[in-house]
Every structure is written in C-alpha cells, then in structure tokens.
Design a binder for this molecule. Structure first.
Ligand code: LLP
Length: 411
C-alpha cells in the first residue's frame, strides 16, 4: 500500500503498520526524500515471482541508476537481486553495499579504459557492449590482462515505444546498442580475439516509463529470432538473453496497486515470447521497483499570489527533482496534513531556483496552504535523488528510510 492518505494525513502503510509522515516533518526544516523499504520489498517479490513464471532460470539485475540509496541496495541484495550499473562509481557503491562482482552487469555507451580494466580485474558477471570500437577496446585490455571478457552484445531492436523521446533507447536513431545487421562485423572482431572474448549473452533495453507492452513484445520477438541464428554460430557462446528494464508505473494515480496489473501483463508477454527459450533470462528493472516507494518532502516558504496565479513556493524544486522540468513529468502532490477546513485553491507548486522551469506541479487544486506546511511530491523514488544537484549552491536534500516503522537517516 506504501504512501497513502488516511484520515487526511499522508502515511506509509504496509502490512499491519502505519507510519505517519508528519512525525518526521515535525523535526525537520530542510527538504528530504523519504523511502519505504517494506514497499520496495513487496514490489520486488511481486515482480520477481511474476517473471519466474516466464523462466525459472531468471536473474533480476536492479538498475541502480534509478535509486542507489545504500539501504535500498542492501535490501534488494538481501532479496536476491543482482545489479545493473553504468559507471565505476556505481560498481564501487554496489560492492560497498554487499553486491559481489559476480552480481554485476555493466551497461552504457561510453565505458572508459579505466572502467573496463577495473571490471575485468574484479571479474564482473557481464559487460554489455554497445559498439564495435568498445568490443575491440575490451578485447585489447583483456589480452593485456590475460583474461577472458564475459560479453553481452546489446542490440538495438528498432522499436519506438510510446514514452518521452528523451527516454527511448531502442529506436534506430538512438545512440544505444548495435544493429542486428552488425552481427557479421562482430564476428570479425571476435575471430581476431577468440581467446579474449566470450560472447555469452545478447541484450536489449528499449527505453523507460513504457506502459505500451506491445513494444516489449515486438523487441523480444525480433531479438529471440536473431538469438536462434547466432546460437548456431561457432564464434558465439550464447547462454543468456537480457531483456533490459523500462516497465513504467501509473504516475496518474497514487494507488500503487494499479501497477500490479501492468506487471502481470508484462510478465505474461515475456512468458509468451520466451517460451522454450533454453538459456538464462535476465532483466534490468529500475523504476518499477522503487518509484512508488519514495516521496520528496518540501516545506512551504511563501504563498505568493499575483493577478494570474497562486504560487506555493517550496524549499525544494528542480534541483532535487528534475523530472517535471526535464520530461514534463507529472507527479502527484499532496499535503502531509490536509487543512480540511480550507477552501480549494489552484496552485503552481514551485521551487526557489532562479529559472521559470522550476515548477514541480502546475495548476494543482489543493486545500488552502500556509507558510511552513509540508507537501509531498509522490512517486519520486526513481530518478529523483540520484539526479539531484546543488544548483544555485542550494544544499542537497536529506534522505530518510522507513523500514518496519523505524526511521533511518543515511545522508
Ligand atoms: N537498463 C539500462 C541499460 C538502462 O539504461 C536503464 C535506464 C534501465 C535498465 C532501467 O530502466 P527503468 O526500468 O528504470 O525504466 N531519468 C529518466 C529515466 C532514464 C532511464 C535510463 N536508463 C526518468 O526520470 O524518467
């Protein structure tokens, strides 16, 4: 049930416990993210159980770019997750929080010599390769180190799902992955470096916040067809298919249970499209596991009205949550304690940054607000804190975690 409103108050409700968010706000002045660890646990279990129906031989690699809070990483590791990383910084953070090298898949288009060298020395599970020059670079470094590099080739299946154009990644014009027609060129590199490259996997990732499940189905179908051909190729040693992440959530309602039918639909299509697939099935979910279970809490500094608008000016804004200004994303905004006697007022909820795009939500109908009221920007557990900055030299926000009714603060 996660964040919900009970008796006009924002609470975190899980199992038999219910934790009132105002209990933390009482002692705070500065903005902070609040995460619900029990919610993440039940979401992970639901997702993993669903996908296990598609394959018993399943590896869930959490895309930690979505939220790399140490307690979230530790929790997901304890639940059996592996991890998908995109920088050496993420490798280090993952390992500091209990993940092993053998848990790690390294993705991303711009891996440096240092990143590749360190990962090969550590012996990570797989490097997902995005270009021919990257494959050659890995081969040369492996030769120097005298190791065999575990390679997944990321293909670009050329599908164009309905989502924000900044977060599609599997369309032919995106920078990610190799074309299926590049398979011959990959063979040429591998034949030069047979002892250095183990082509053990194929991978795709078509974008993020995707609710149009047909695109996943199309991408998996195209990829499996190519997999079947490459499986016969003696230069390849295919053992796994990584279907990436990208499943969206319903930002238009605060009811997290509405995501479950989307997860069911996704798991069913993966099952249908991977029937009789002989290898390991890998996935890289980020948002769907954590978005619902984080909120950004901000305090009203001022209420300002002009002839056109009422502004609720918070002590948090685009520097702490970039999604509204970067992708025109809509996040529900609710008061921590609703002023039930107040009249309904239409507000633009804005931050302190000197940019007109610093709007967390426009035209929001809320019960009349006053200075020092706390508001929660919901569904901010993914791509929130990890994308925050101290632009304008504002301080970074804090991060608290609630778990079994206990509050933990790490930053
Ligand atoms: N795997 C790879 C290779 C990725 O690049 C990503 C996300 C994921 C997995 C996880 O995708 P998810 O399941 O979270 O959709 N900042 C944007 C989202 C960027 C996603 C980047 N890649 C946002 O706030 O919407």
């Amino acid at each position: 049930m996660a964040f919900s409103i009970i008796d006009n108050q924002l609470v975190i409700a899980n199992k038999e416990l219910s934790y009132s968010v105002s209990d933390i706000c009482k002692n705070q002045e500065e903005p902070f993210y609040l995460y619900d660890l029990d919610g993440i646990e039940s979401r992970f279990d639901y997702f993993a159980k669903g996908l296990k129906k598609a394959s018993q031989d399943l590896r869930v690699h959490y895309a930690m770019k979505a939220n790399s809070h140490p307690l979230i990483l530790q929790k997901l590791k304890s639940l059996g997750a592996h991890v998908d990383v995109v920088s050496l910084g993420e490798v280090k953070l993952a390992m500091e929080n209990h993940f092993l090298a053998s848990d790690i898949i390294f993705s991303g288009v711009g891996k440096s010599v240092k990143e590749i060298t360190e990962c090969l020395k550590l012996g990570i599970y797989q490097i997902n390769v995005e270009s021919l020059p990257e494959l050659e670079r890995i081969a040369q470094i492996s030769k120097k180190l005298g190791v065999v590099a575990p390679i997944g080739i990321r293909f670009n299946p050329d599908v164009n799902p309905e989502t924000h154009p900044y977060i599609t990644t599997g369309f032919r014009e995106n920078k990610f992955g190799l074309d299926f027609s590049d398979a011959g060129k990959i063979d040429l590199v591998v034949s030069d470096y047979k002892d250095q490259l183990n082509l053990q996997g194929m991978s795709i990732h078509i974008g993020s916040q995707i609710k149009d499940t047909q695109s996943f189905a199309d991408a998996i179908e195209k990829t499996i067809n190519v997999y079947k051909t490459l499986e016969q190729n003696p230069l390849w040693n295919l053992q796994s298919l990584d279907i990436g992440g990208g499943l969206g959530i319903n930002y238009n309602t605060i009811d997290e249970t509405t995501d479950l039918s989307l997860i069911d639909e996704y798991c069913a299509l993966v099952k249908a499209k991977t029937q009789n697939f002989p290898g390991t099935l890998i996935c890289e979910p980020g948002r769907v596991l954590v978005a619902r279970f984080g909120a950004l809490l901000g305090r009203v500094e001022y209420i300002k009205n002009n002839n056109y608008k009422n502004f609720a000016i918070l002590n948090t804004g685009m520097h702490h949550l970039m999604r509204p200004c970067l992708y025109s994303a809509t996040h529900n905004i609710v008061p921590v304690i609703e002023n039930t006697d107040g009249k309904d007022v239409l507000y633009d909820v804005v931050g302190p940054i000197c940019e007109s795009s610093d709007v967390l939500g426009s035209d929001r109908l809320l019960k009349e607000l006053k200075q020092d009221d706390w508001l929660a920007i919901l569904d901010a557990g993914a791509y929130g804190a990890v994308m925050a900055s101290n632009y304008n030299q504002h301080e970074m926000m804090g991060e608290f975690v609630v778990s079994s009714n206990q509050v933990h603060k790490v930053n």
